[in-house]
Ligand binder design. Structure first.
Ligand code: URP
Ligand code: ZN
Ligand code: ZN
Length: 460
């Protein structure tokens, strides 16, 4: 069925103009003024609203066996939440344990998404061990359209790779032209500091950031940058949280290292005092790298505005406050790490970024859609509004007023880190390949319609 979006202000990183968008066979086919609506066309009046390319979250966890439990969402719940919030494509971290095989893990993660997701999706292929078999399987996985790897320089004994494995992974990535995404923290420093804090009886959630101070993250970035420099691989630092880590990435970039930087909506808006809240409430805010001193927020916003930081993701990793976070009630090192935010990224970016004057609207589109599509080999099919692109569109109502609450969210988790926060504006209509999937905060899409996207190595 054809779709016509009329009179909206189209916003991309390099243009703003009012026009109609006509979509047929899942794609945008025409953009012009006063386009007619043939009989049977679904017409959306976007007068007074913005029209954005569908947003892409480049870092989510949906199926995640982690720290003795599992993240709460499924593809049914996560894609629903994503779409209501304006995110039309998910790139999930496929996170095999060290003992798992790469191809079998890829199939496992794919099986969780295919036939269930209402939005399109892809994966960063986690490399938690590197040997001959892994190498052969990674080659096959790239052939199947997965154009990025993921390595953890943290989580000793679980996902973390050795330096030899890191070097070989980056060399393979360089040969295949795929980008390597990396969680950067020095795992030895984390383990030692955790041991010292617990031994000193400092067990509450507020100790989490003491165990992983900014230098721990900066050291992880420095380490990755040395390996990237010597292998020539393209790298992407996930969830960068602080000035010290950014300085390391920028120093490497000045030396010619190919590095892109992602930050998270959590680091832009929350600070470490949230994790220090009494009565274990702080556990809601435990993630890694941890929430930082508030002074870092301006550094991150300015980095986005000035193009030093390329993307904003969520690292969505939902664990219930009532039944999962308490695994670490007597020992903060056992609190499942993660702060859910998949549903709220765009509303928060708009309210506290654009409306607050920290970034402009085209920058918001770039960091949450277009740049992501370019880095990860999805552009121009995703992240653009032009004939031939997928008709993934977000009609955004800037006049909406509301607030965030766990009671009304679609994410399958029992709390919101942003409970009660006011929002100004939200998606009013969200489409996936030409079909309306969310309307006025309600999911109206089709579970299982989402497709695995075949990606080619991106532009760096
Ligand atoms: O605390 C976090 N970030 N949880 C999810 C796993 C990861 O490190 O990305
Ligand atoms: Zn991580
Ligand atoms: Zn993550």
């Amino acid at each position: 069925m054809a779709l016509l979006i009329k009179n909206g202000e189209i916003v991309t990183p390099d243009a703003r103009y009012v026009a109609d968008i006509y979509c047929e066979d899942e794609q945008i086919t025409r953009i012009d003024r006063n386009l007619p609506a043939p009989p049977g066309t679904v017409v959306v009046d976007a007068g007074g609203k913005y029209v954005f390319p569908g947003f892409i979250d480049p870092h989510v966890h949906i199926y995640l066996p982690f720290m003795g439990t599992f993240a709460k969402d499924t593809y049914e719940t996560a894609s629903r939440a994503a779409l209501v919030g304006g995110t039309t494509t998910l790139i999930e971290m496929c996170c095999p344990a060290r003992t798992d095989e790469a191809l079998a893990s890829f199939e496992l993660w794919l099986g969780r998404a295919a036939g269930k997701s209402a939005c399109d999706f892809s994966f960063h292929m986690g490399v938690s061990r590197f040997d001959e078999r892994t190498e052969a399987e990674l080659r096959e996985i790239v052939q199947r359209g997965i154009a990025s790897f993921k390595v953890f320089l943290a989580y000793k004994g679980a996902f973390g790779v050795t330096d030899t494995e890191l070097y070989r992974t980056l060399k393979l990535a360089r040969e295949l032209g795929v980008i390597v995404t990396a969680h950067c923290e020095n795992e030895t420093l984390v383990a030692e500091r955790q041991r010292e804090l617990i031994a000193a009886g400092r067990t509450d959630p507020g100790q989490h950031h003491e165990s992983r101070p900014p230098r721990v993250e900066a050291e992880g970035v420095h380490h990755l940058m040395s390996f990237a420099e010597l292998t020539g691989a393209a790298t992407y630092i996930v969830h960068l949280s602080c000035q010290e880590a950014l300085d390391e990435a920028l120093a490497a970039r000045r030396r010619g290292v190919r590095v892109a930087v992602e930050t998270l909506i959590q680091y832009l808006l929350l600070d470490k005092t949230y994790a220090e809240r009494p009565d274990f409430e702080g556990a809601k805010y435990v993630m890694s790298p941890p929430l930082r001193d508030a002074r870092n927020q301006a550094v991150l916003w300015n980095g986005l505005r000035d193009g030093l930081i390329q993307t904003v993701a969520t690292d969505h990793a939902p664990f219930d406050f009532q039944r999962q976070k308490p695994m670490g009630r007597d020992d903060f090192t056992k609190i499942p790490n993660g702060i859910p935010s998949l549903e709220e990224r765009i509303n928060l970016l708009y309210t506290y970024g654009v409306k607050a004057g920290r970034i402009d609207l085209p920058t918001m589109v770039d960091i949450a859609s277009t740049r992501v599509a370019k880095l990860f080999g999805l552009f121009p099919r995703k992240g653009s509004i032009q004939p031939g692109a997928d008709a993934d569109l977000v009609v955004f109502d800037p006049d909406h007023r509301g607030s965030i609450s766990a009671r009304t969210q679609h994410m399958n988790v029992d709390y919101s880190a942003f409970e009660g926060w006011p929002i100004e504006g939200r998606p009013s209509v969200v489409t996936v390949r030409g079909q309306v999937a969310a309307h006025g905060g309600r999911f109206v899409g089709t579970p299982g319609r989402g497709q695995l996207l075949r990606r080619t190595p991106g532009h760096f």
